[in-house]
Design a protein around this ligand. Sequence first.
Ligand code: TXE
Length: 482
Amino acid sequence: MTISEVLKNFIDGEWRDSSTGRRIEVDDPSNGETFAVVAEAGPEEVELAVASANRVFRDRVLIDMHPYDRGRMLFRVADALATCGDEIATVNCMETGKALEFARGEVQTAIRYLRYYGGLADKLEGRSIPRGANLVDYTVRSPFGVSAQIVPWNGPLELTARSLACAIATGNSLVVKSSELAPLSGIEIARACETAGLPAGAVNVITGYGRTTGQALIQHPDVRHIVFTGSLATGRSVLKTASKRIVPCIMELGGKSAAVVFADADLDAVVDAVRIGSFVNAGQNCNGLTRLLVERSIADPLVERLKACVEGLAVGPGRENCDITPLISERQRQGVERACQTARSQGARLVTGGTALSERRGYFMAATVFADVARDSSLFQNETFGPVLAVTTFDDPVEAVNLANATDHGLAAGVFTRDLDRALWTADRLWAGQVYVNGWFVGGVETPFGGVKQSGYGREKGQEALDGYVQTRNIGIRISQP
Ligand code: TXE
């Protein structure tokens, strides 16, 4: 599939070309070929997008709307996505490289976010605070204004839908800056917003590079809220910018999530969790299963089973629904390969994989398992964002929990055991925003998600997410007795 027209930015309800004339080429990661060209949003586009979102806010277009009607708008966006679900899944598969089956799942998840938050739009209530006979006091949960949303490339459709839905449900207007590597999903959402008849300027979707377009957006004086999903390093820089104008942020900065496997665990479930949790989308998932902490008595047989499973995975393009699909870019692949070289030099034992599959076109990397990964090593501590699993052994539950918590991250964690007491004891002590028991990716649209420690703050998903899109204001009224 090649898209011949230049794809434009969606600003103030219109499709706009770039005033600089600059273009961004979008590669198919399975063969490295350009299949789409997008107009790069320059300073003028950022200005127009923020101005139109700010106008919607200032004119109270969304705030004064009945919340039920804001919800209905989101239902219509969901309906528009559903109407073209197969085409959108194909586009998402092409630009991210992920398996078509998972791209279809991403479309369904995006639709669910829109419906979930559409349904919650009229359920966000304030409080009445008793203060005696002479005062009436209540709170209102108000939007921030223009929300700037910086979206990464690994789940561009569902992540855009997720924060867009929360923003609109709560009466914020927004400017989405899609990733330069996978901007087409955001454009599909913009089309759905257009079809759904959202007020012009309520949702703007632009594409550009982080350091230019992204930076111009987050430092714009009229941006009053930032939602960022991406790397820790970029997250820090976004926070620095935000601190200058005290702009509140929701930060989702990835992880190094560990699963603790006790000797009594159902090993079929563990292998299955690794197959999905560590290798889906070539391991490019913020809450991926990246460290497996295994009780020593079962470590050798389990590693053998993992090796057999991993070596049996089919490598190939997402459109053929292969298990191991390409990484997003050559740069990403080089980073993952470097991480594997460092792991070896720091003493980890390579069980399988460890190298780029350079005989193939595209950005493929072998599914990789390392054993004997030391606690102070780079592979144990740092996010790799590739199809790489690090296995470490432990001897007792306290050591297991300490190992799981021994990084600066804390997005997800898991425990595998048939013993309920042990499961609950461990789950309580795993210091992560989301904990899975006897499975991986056990969370859903309705379960709060987000990091502790350097994995970030603020919650996406679930009802809690809406708290990050509103600020409580209090109104006190002095009354006199008749
Ligand atoms: O991330 P960046 P990259 C992690 C993962 C990966 C690493 C590098 O470990 O290997 O990050 O990926 C925009 N102002 N994650 O380089 O730079 C950028 O355009 C405003 C984890 O792609 O964080 C893109 O839209 N925006 C992760 C988004 O930030 C800026 C998902 C992410 O890019 C900007 C992706 C700036 N100064 C990568 N600089 C997760 N948590 O799921 C960049 N951007």
